[in-house]
Write a protein that binds this ligand. Structure first.
Ligand code: FMN
Length: 391
């Protein structure tokens, strides 16, 4: 079968939709409640326009940059995405390998299918590990030790999911890993045979960082059960400081969407924050990440690196975030579409599409080095962030 021509992230999404079981497509392609924040994360990027410049030397362009001091081929990291190994067999390993070959960071979720050890064994570049804080302190400590033993180069602590936002489709579909075999899922899987064949060929079908490492959980296949029973709803700044100390290495705080919280995060001495609303999956009605970026950058005043995720579907979106002042970005769904569509090659295709779009747009805005882009390549509506600022 010849590979389809991929020219955009949307191409990958269409293929992904055909190939992945409905339950996992829905899990990825949904936001909390009305999905307002999920939609606006993407649509708000189109309110920002680019300034076309001409008669500027466009040779020798570079997208290279650094994130937390690491050299990157472009400032785009793969975000932590739970259940990636259900989108495609061994999905985390495939995505991590694509990221490594491309030269961008990969972040492994606590809620991954492939375990920390498994990903470490199948890659050679150190990856980042995303931590959800758990009630069980022993388990939390062991998770951190496992990430250290696997040579992870940063701990990404996610702050916006102590309790799970409601996505209607997951409840209606009975989301679980592996899927429970009901008449509805069987009918769907019958049309997704290549997914099923690959899945039969792997042993990695449960939550690899958790199953076998903790006891006393109602339903070990259910994300909802894990979250409700294990995640620590009492997480606060003092606990974050303890975890930071326990880890002792680079720390990225993910899920910051308010200037006050950003100031706290910077004061703690973290290496970076990720301006994020979890891709619109948690607090529906929150503003998009791109609208909150400017007030957060002002609050932080250069004390820590500031990354942005939520809503990025193109290289132009990345360029806009960087030109607004972000030091880097993360992509979630954009790489999952690629993985579900074409496996490792699809993640590479997603990264290539983003790089190409970023490079061409940067050049047409009159810039040759991604580290030189700034606000002057953008046309931003006057009230883009201001109209919404909290008192
Ligand atoms: C299917 C899915 C699962 C996710 N799982 C996690 C997770 O386990 N840990 C985490 O910190 N963020 C998780 N996120 C949030 C992403 O890390 C990231 O913030 C979000 O995807 C960015 O938005 P985008 O998908 O529009 O790029 C998940 C996102 C999606 C779409």
């Amino acid at each position: 079968m010849s590979r389809p021509v991929i020219t955009s992230i949307d191409d990958l999404k269409r293929l992904y939709r055909r190939r992945a079981p409905r339950m996992f497509y829905d899990y990825c392609e949904s936001g909390a409640w009305t999905e307002q924040t999920f939609r606006e994360n993407t649509s708000d990027f189109s309110d920002i326009r680019l300034r076309q410049r001409v008669a500027v030397d466009m040779s020798d362009r570079s997208l290279r940059s650094t994130m937390i001091g690491q050299d990157v081929a472009m400032p785009v990291a793969l975000a932590p995405v739970g259940l990636t190994g259900m989108q495609r067999a061994d999905g985390e390993i495939k995505a991590a390998r694509a990221a490594e070959k491309f030269g961008v960071p990969f972040t492994l979720s606590t809620m991954s299918i492939c375990s920390i050890e498994d990903v470490a064994e199948h890659t050679s570049a150190p990856f980042w590990f995303q931590l959800y804080t758990m009630k069980d302190q022993d388990y939390l400590r062991r998770l951190i030790e496992r990430a250290r033993a696997a040579n992870c180069s940063a701990l990404v602590i996610t702050l916006d999911l102590q309790i799970l936002g409601q996505r209607h489709k997951d409840l209606k579909n009975g989301l679980s890993a592996p899927p429970k075999l009901t008449p509805k899922t069987l009918a769907d899987l019958a049309t997704r045979w290549s997914w099923g064949l690959e899945m039969l060929g792997t042993k990695r079908r449960g939550f690899g960082n958790i199953v076998g490492h903790v006891t006393d959980v109602g339903d070990p296949a259910s994300l909802m059960s894990w979250t409700a029973e294990q995640f620590d709803p009492r997480l606060d700044w003092s606990k974050i400081a303890q975890i930071k100390e326990m880890w002792g290495g680079k720390v990225i705080l993910k899920g910051v969407l308010d200037p006050e919280d950003a100031k706290m995060a910077a004061k703690m001495g973290c290496d970076a924050i990720v301006v994020s609303n979890h891709g619109g999956r948690q607090l529906d009605g929150a503003l998009s990440s791109i609208r909150m970026l400017d007030p957060i950058l002002q609050a932080v005043g250069g004390q820590t690196e500031v990354y942005l995720d939520s809503g990025i579907r193109s290289g132009q979106d990345v360029l806009k975030a960087l030109a607004m002042g972000a030091d880097g970005t993360m992509i979630g769904r954009a790489f999952v579409y690629g993985l579900g569509a074409l496996g490792e090659a699809g993640v590479t295709a997603a990264l290539e599409v983003i790089a190409k779009e970023m490079d061409t747009s940067m050049a047409l805005c009159g810039k040759r080095d991604i580290r030189d882009v700034s606000r002057d390549i953008l046309m931003v509506p006057e009230d883009f962030s201001g109209r919404w600022q909290a008192p």
